[in-house]
Ligand binder design. Structure first.
Ligand SMILES: [Cu+2]
Length: 393
């Protein structure tokens, strides 16, 4: 139970006081109008709509957590690599890094074969290296997906944005707490990026968020401020400022589906675990399965719980915009690990949810949202067959 009964009771009281005379039909009509009007409606109406979605407790599968101290013990005797790359080392030219975020290449479909991909990949810029204009464009593209109707393939999703949360919810047990976690989420992020571009015209470079810089202090990043994600408070709260103020989430909590607010409950002790030290200790493992477990239960799990609320909901967390900030950080860590040894781009170990060994031919399902692929097609972000991207550092 993550939310107090008191806060739920208060939320319920606001609903009753705020909407004494409106029938459900009128409420729904207002919500629809607000969606179409894209925030043109006055604040008074906006406030009433914000109060419609209650703060619900998140229950179901929790993020499995292993603290840094415990991970040091757990992996103390695991095979270690001779060299541990503490930093990202895909080669980049100064020209590439100086490139404005507008100079990206858009899609896997048009990405060229591997040699030229590696020479001119899409670059994911760290949030602080994004311009204010890029940040605004990203928020607008997120909102565009939220205002787009669902595809219909992922009921009960109510928007294209929620299609991703629903898809993730459906696959949650298959792609968490086993070694499919990293390839599945890599392709999930890529799929999301392509949909942002194709359906919402997003035309900037993509991004990532360096959590090691903000370990223990996520709320101090300008990502968690208006006009971006809105404040990250330390008590359980619906998000009421920033680009997503008043967002209603219809996927979750957990494996169920009922409307609730986009909520957060920041916890700096949890985000403190997203540290460089913890990341490096995971990177030192030479077996993929050990690296994966270390990072999933370590910085990954703590990043989710450190933002709390919807982000702590294993099933529906992609409904929280910060999900994409967080999982690009996770994906980059995998790429750092892969770069330490070229063989790591040609082999995989660990198992799927049923205990079957992963191979390069293991299929990564995307529920029809994008074509299914194999691990072989996503293990190298610079392969150029499906993926073609690198991180700016
Ligand atoms: Cu996930």
């Amino acid at each position: 139970m993550r939310f107090s009964l008191l806060s739920q009771a208060l939320s319920g009281a606001t609903l009753v006081v705020g909407l004494p005379k409106l029938s459900n039909g009128v409420e729904n009509g207002l919500v629809g109008l607000e969606r179409k009007a894209g925030g043109i409606l006055g604040n008074a109406v906006g406030t009433i709509i914000k109060d419609l979605a209650p703060l619900l407790p998140i229950s179901g599968m929790d993020h499995k957590l292993v603290s840094y101290e415990d991970a040091l013990k757990e992996f103390a005797n695991a095979p270690k690599a001779a060299s541990n790359p503490a930093t990202y080392n895909d080669s980049a030219t100064p020209e590439e890094l100086a490139k404005t975020a507008g100079g990206f290449k858009t899609d896997a479909v048009t990405a060229s074969a591997s040699a030229s991909c590696a020479a001119n990949p899409n670059i994911r810029f760290e949030w602080d290296n994004y311009s204010a204009s890029d940040k605004q464009a990203l928020m607008s593209a997120f909102k565009c997906l939220m205002n787009k109707p669902p595809s219909g393939a992922f009921p009960p999703s109510t928007s294209r944005w929620e299609d991703f949360a629903r898809l993730h919810q459906m696959y949650t047990p298959n792609v968490h707490q086993n070694q499919k976690f990293l390839p599945w989420h890599r392709y999930f992020i890529w799929s999301f990026e392509q949909v942002l571009r194709e359906e919402c015209g997003f035309n900037r470079a993509f991004f990532w968020f360096d959590e090691t810089k903000h370990a223990g202090a996520f709320s101090a990043s300008d990502a968690f401020s208006a006009p971006y994600l809105g404040t990250l408070g330390s008590t359980s709260h619906c998000v009421t400022d920033g680009a997503f103020a008043g967002l209603t989430v219809n996927i979750g909590p957990g494996s169920g589906n009922s409307p609730h607010c986009l909520s957060r409950q920041g916890n700096s002790a949890d985000t403190a675990q997203c540290s460089t030290a913890y990341q490096n200790s995971c990177l030192s493992n030479s077996d993929y399965a050990n690296f994966e477990k270390c990072f999933e239960y370590g910085p990954h799990g703590y990043g989710h719980n450190g933002v709390g609320g919807v982000m702590a909901d294993v099933y529906a967390s992609p409904a929280e915009p910060f999900f994409w900030f967080h999982h690009t950080f996770v994906d980059r860590a995998w790429r750092i690990w892969e770069n330490a040894d070229p063989n790591r781009l040609n082999s995989i170990d660990g198992t799927d949810i049923n205990g079957n060994p992963l191979t390069l031919d293991t299929v990564i399902y995307m529920g029809g949202l994008r074509p299914d692929v194999t691990i072989r097609q996503v293990i190298d972000t610079l392969q150029g067959d499906v993926l073609c991207y690198r991180y700016d550092y």
